[in-house]
Design a protein around this ligand. Structure first.
Ligand SMILES: NC(=O)c1ccc[n+]([C@@H]2O[C@H](COP(=O)([O-])OP(=O)(O)OC[C@H]3O[C@@H](n4cnc5c(N)ncnc54)[C@H](OP(=O)(O)O)[C@@H]3O)[C@@H](O)[C@H]2O)c1
Length: 332
């Protein structure tokens, strides 16, 4: 009998996540019941939002129960189907979690085509992170040609797409990333106009150099020191799509609200958003992103970790910038 290796939530972390907050389990492979689909996961996505699901605090989505399989986006191949909508061999995107196989009733599975790019991209530029970039930039940021867009976590899954989409719309794009290598990547490979290495220690000074005409859109993936350095450089009527606050996810006490006066004086719009709020936008976003990747316009980079048992360590690395591009676990 084939077994299913899984990663379970063992403890709710207080502060930084530890490998001991997870437990590896091996269970007999479940069979799909009537209407069910058995999927062999090929790739698992590791994403910052999972830190929130490990906590019991109230949020926009339910926490993972202690002892349950960790939540996670997957791309896999249908092995066995007792659901008329799916057949063996179909490639499906879903949320089957940190495990080698998953059983679904089919409602949360979306069939995808084999296209001229790796299937793992359905978890990155042509998946949830890409759609997040598309929605936050286009619907909240509303960029206009000639404007200056700054994006943090710029070499990552969301940030890399934000910057490239903004460039396509004629904006000046400045990334903020950790380290010279990541900054060089945003400019040389992704076509950004400038980049600030926030680890160099003088964010405000470097932002002034890279965005001399001020900032019209700040796509915030990080919060904290970078947000505080951006605020004084915002132009009148600037927009801030507040996508993430990764610098705060492991903090035991949340960072306070910065000086709000510039928001009033400059009439700044700041809007938090969650990509799943506007599911009606996904088909259009996915179509555009898929076409841009397929025709080579939208560049992408991944850090691929092999084997489900290595997911916990890789996940912890997300919060230290150890990934370079979309973080993926290859399962098969
Ligand atoms: N609102 C939504 O619906 C939605 C959906 C998807 C993602 N998000 C959010 O978008 C953000 C980016 O997610 P992603 O999937 O694209 O991840 P990612 O950028 O691929 O990976 C995370 C990156 O964050 C940076 N980082 C980590 N800790 C940091 C810190 N203390 N200060 C500054 N940078 C830090 C690191 O890059 P450096 O090496 O450059 O520091 C790291 O590589 C996260 O905040 C995530 O929660 C929101």
């Amino acid at each position: 009998m084939t077994t299913n290796k899984q990663v379970l939530l063992a403890n709710r972390p207080d502060g930084w996540v530890k490998e001991s907050d997870f437990r590896i389990a091996e269970t007999p492979l479940a069979s799909p019941g009537d209407g069910g689909v058995l999927v062999r996961n090929l790739f698992l996505s590791l994403d910052p939002y999972m830190r929130g699901r490990m906590s019991a605090s109230k949020s926009y989505a339910a926490s993972v129960d202690l002892g349950a399989v960790m939540v996670g986006g997957t791309v896999g191949e249908v092995v066995e189907s007792r659901n008329p909508k799916f057949k063996a061999g179909d490639i499906v995107v879903g949320y089957l979690g940190w495990q080698q196989y998953g059983v679904s009733d089919g409602k949360d599975l979306r069939k995808v085509a084999r296209r001229n790019f790796p299937l793992s991209l359905y978890l990155g530029a042509v998946g949830m992170p890409g759609v997040t970039a598309w929605i936050g930039l286009n619907k909240i940021g509303q960029p206009k040609a000639g404007e200056t867009v700054v994006v943090s976590a710029a070499s990552g899954a969301v940030g890399s797409v934000v910057g490239q989409l903004a460039k396509l719309q004629g904006c000046r794009v400045v990334g903020v990333a950790g380290g010279a290598l990541k900054c060089a990547h945003t400019m040389q490979d992704l076509g950004f106009d400038g980049c600030v290495d926030y680890k160099a220690g003088h964010i405000a000074h470097d932002l002034e150099r890279e965005a001399p005409d001020g900032i019209d859109i700040y796509f915030d993936n990080v919060g904290g020191d970078i947000l505080e350095a951006v605020i004084p450089r915002l132009n009148p009527f600037a927009r801030i799509p507040l996508c993430g606050l990764i610098s705060d996810y492991n903090a035991t006490t949340p960072r306070g609200i910065p000086d709000m006066r510039p928001f009033l004086i400059k009439r700044v719009k700041l809007q938090g958003f969650i990509c799943s709020d506007t599911m009606e936008l996904w088909p259009e976003a996915l179509k555009q992103l898929g076409d841009l990747v397929e025709n080579g316009t939208l560049k992408h980079r991944e850090t691929v970790v092999e084997g489900i048992e290595n997911a916990p360590k890789a996940f912890i690395g997300l919060f230290k910038g150890e990934n370079f591009g979309k973080l993926i676990v290859k399962l098969a």
